[in-house]
Design a protein around this ligand. Structure first.
Ligand SMILES: Cc1cc2nc3c(=O)[nH]c(=O)nc-3n(C[C@H](O)[C@H](O)[C@H](O)COP(=O)(O)OP(=O)(O)OC[C@H]3O[C@@H](n4cnc5c(N)ncnc54)[C@H](O)[C@@H]3O)c2cc1C
Length: 557
């Protein structure tokens, strides 16, 4: 007789395995089958890309999946994102404008060796009672009224299993998306290549400048996700717990052709031209070092027409949508995606009507993607400007910690009352938040023709900026639902003040306007004066002005 499951998850990568653990933690008796086409255990280091987590996904892994002990013992304690911006020659790393924390961070995040992590998750989910079949390729999903049927192939033989729910986590293979034809392009054309080197690489050793090498807490540069940035690209260096190093180039084809980086040899030539110091320091040197792999991915951004269905299926991870790896949000999206999907599964299995929730979660997921993609679209052109990117990165961090992180850690994404209060009305806080971010992302683009100075010898710690530090420190604070919506509204008000102050600084530089003028943050534009609206806008705020001034490079040189 065919075995029947509550849930079949096709694809046992990060999204599929974490979904299975999340479901098991919430309801231990749920029956789950995970089908994973890879037959063998994942290799360490050279497995998949997606090695850096940020705060939302870290909270998901540590607190929702309960794998804190594993992460602390086997993966690295990441020390934030660290950026080095354009200088004239890039030969001396200690001269580059650098953005990153001085000290170890209070809110945790991790650098993940994806092979080690996926092997651990596979073991954990089986210990929790999930059936995991490796070497099993899901071939066909028949969606039916009562029980769906999933056909898979293992060792040349075909099998069929019945299930109430199907969660597609097959990554870019996107089984359900292809079957039901809800593929959707994403208007963002960035490409990437990456490779892993055997051995540890510490960028702190890349300079002879003793002062530069010693003014931060030890190992803080080594443990960061390091970005070297210039026009149209960024280069990452990520340490792995397995004592290896991940390196990658993410580049927009308007500035750097994919064909110029898509082999290891070409990537080195590209590095020599664009990041000469990195070229020198990232060569495998003798014993204990060597190239472990080299991978390429063209136009990685993609969307999905559907995420969740009342017909008891959903997609998660890259089987759904993926935007851009800048700021490492891939596993954040998996965390939100799995949280919405597992909530629907658990409620439906308990006999609840999930039609309203399905539509609210689908809409929330979509709005989140639409808001977040503006962070990347047309922004690779700005990466040659240290000043613009510095302000933009601080803004992007502020909005991230102030709203989605706080909502996630407070289970706000699955609370219909919270969702209604924050997003239902046209003038709701959530919608204003999206509008505000859109206006700011447009301002960064409009600023670019006026801000092309090359700066050097500056260090900025984002956690010296009080309002940003507070957003990060408060993101795990637990609120009752009513207090949560009030706190989100308060955060959006602070974001409005930050936006107004950034606009004052930019508009003063570009148009000579008064640095203390009133600003309506929803009317910020370098093209339209909007004088009348600004007149009734937010008044100058000295403490926010001090925060924003601390990230204006002209004040430092
Ligand atoms: C350049 C780049 C850099 C990135 N950097 C980061 C980062 O720093 N941090 C971050 O959080 N995210 C990052 N990401 C995103 C991250 O890689 C993805 O979010 C994550 O790997 C997606 O996991 P997944 O489980 O959806 O897909 P995968 O990890 O690809 O898993 C899919 C699984 O399904 C299996 N499979 C496929 N077809 C079938 C089938 N028919 N039957 C059974 N099994 C099947 C595959 O073998 C695979 O194991 C990055 C992405 C890119 C492109």
């Amino acid at each position: 007789m065919q075995k029947e499951y509550d849930v079949i998850i096709t694809g046992g990568g990060l999204a599929g395995l974490t979904l299975s653990v999340q479901l098991k933690r919430a309801k231990p008796e749920i029956s789950i089958l995970v089908l994973e086409s890879m037959a063998a255990a994942a290799p360490t280091a050279a497995h998949k890309v997606g090695e850096s987590t940020v705060e939302l996904a870290t909270y998901y892994m540590r607190e929702v999946l309960g794998i804190k002990d594993y992460l602390d013992e086997f993966e690295l304690p990441k020390q934030g994102l660290r950026f080095f911006f354009r200088t004239e020659t890039k030969q001396d790393i200690s001269e580059r404008v650098e953005l990153g924390p001085y000290n170890r961070l209070k809110v945790p995040s991790h650098q993940l060796d994806r092979g080690t992590l996926e092997n651990y998750l596979a073991k954990l989910t089986q210990e929790l009672g999930t059936t995991l079949i490796t070497g099993a390729k899901a071939k066909q999903v028949d969606l039916q009224a009562e029980m769906h049927e999933v056909t898979y192939e293992k060792d040349g033989k075909e099998y069929t299993a019945k299930t109430r729910w199907v969660a597609d986590a097959t990554g870019r293979a996107s089984l359900l998306k292809r079957k039901l034809k809800f593929q959707k392009p994403m208007d963002h054309a960035t490409n990437s290549v990456w490779w892993r080197l055997k051995g540890e690489i510490d960028i702190n050793d890349w300079s002879e400048n003793e002062k530069w090498k010693t003014f931060l807490e030890p190992k803080i540069r080594y443990l960061a996700t390091v970005h070297f940035m210039d026009k149209g690209y960024w280069l990452w260096v990520i340490p792995l717990g397995s004592k290896n190093t991940s390196i990658g180039i993410v580049a927009h084809p308007d500035f750097h052709a994919f064909e110029d980086i898509n082999t290891y040899e070409k990537a080195l030539v590209w590095l020599q031209k664009n990041e000469p110091l990195a070229y020198k320091m990232l060569q495998p040197r003798g014993e204990g070092e060597g190239l472990l792999d080299f991978r390429v991915l063209k136009h990685f951004a993609h969307d999905s027409g559907e995420f969740y269905s009342t017909d008891r299926w959903g997609v998660t991870g890259e089987a759904g949508a993926f935007l851009d790896p800048l700021y490492s949000p891939g596993s954040d999206f998996i965390s939100m995606n799995n949280t919405w999907l597992s909530d629907l599964i658990l409620r439906e299995l308990a006999g609840e009507d999930i039609s309203i929730r399905t539509s609210v979660y689908q809409q929330s997921h979509r709005s989140h993607l639409e808001n977040w993609i503006t962070i990347y679209q047309n922004k690779y052109a700005l990466m040659d400007s240290a000043q613009i990117m510095l302000v933009k990165i601080c803004w992007d961090w502020a909005i991230y910690w102030a709203v989605p992180c706080l909502l996630f850690t407070n289970k706000g994404f699955t609370n219909l009352k919270v969702a209604k209060e924050l997003f239902a009305a046209d003038d709701s806080t959530g919608r204003k938040f999206g509008e505000l971010n859109k206006a700011m992302q447009e301002l960064f683009i409009a600023w670019h023709p006026f801000e092309n100075k090359i700066f050097k010898n500056s260090y900025i710690d984002p956690f010296d900026v009080t309002c940003i530090r507070n957003f990060q420190l408060e993101m795990e604070t637990q609120f009752a639902p009513k207090q949560l919506t009030e706190k989100i509204s308060e955060n959006v008000k602070t974001l409005e003040k930050i936006a107004a102050e950034i606009f004052r600084v930019v508009s003063h530089q570009v148009k000579g306007t008064d640095l203390r003028m009133n600003v309506d943050p929803y009317a910020i534009s370098l093209e339209n004066e909007n004088k009348e609206r600004h007149l009734h806008g937010l008044a100058y705020d000295a403490s926010i002005a001090a925060d924003i001034n601390s990230i204006v490079l002209a004040n430092k040189n």
